[in-house]
Design a protein around this ligand. Structure first.
Ligand SMILES: [Zn+2]
Length: 99
């Protein structure tokens, strides 16, 4: 049997295709909440239904930070490979000049 904690972890794990989740603070009542926002959707406060909200933190930004880090890693890997290919090419060039 799965524990509640395990189920919650599974539910909160960010999906592969990230939807922007924003944290809002209601200017009317001060309530903060997270909302999944598609394109031009305007979320309303969970408590007072006000749409006078202040956007605070974006989960999407956090996730794209991770994406940037991983793309940087793959870029470095690619760079290393390119250098290796160049080293092989240089060696081949040297071999070629001997003949
Ligand atoms: Zn409110």
């Amino acid at each position: 049997m799965m524990s509640v904690e395990r189920l919650q972890q599974a539910a909160f794990r960010p999906p592969e295709t990230t939807m922007p989740i924003y944290e809002y603070r209601c200017k009317s009542c001060g309530h903060t909440f997270e909302a999944l926002v598609r394109s031009q959707d305007i979320p309303a406060c969970e408590k007072c239904r006000s749409t006078d909200l202040e956007r605070m933190l974006s989960m999407f930004a956090v996730n794209s930070e991770g994406t940037r880090a991983s793309s940087l890693r793959s870029a470095r890997k690619q760079n290393k490979k390119t250098q290796l290919d160049k080293a092989v090419a240089d060696r081949e060039e040297i071999e070629h000049h001997r003949h």
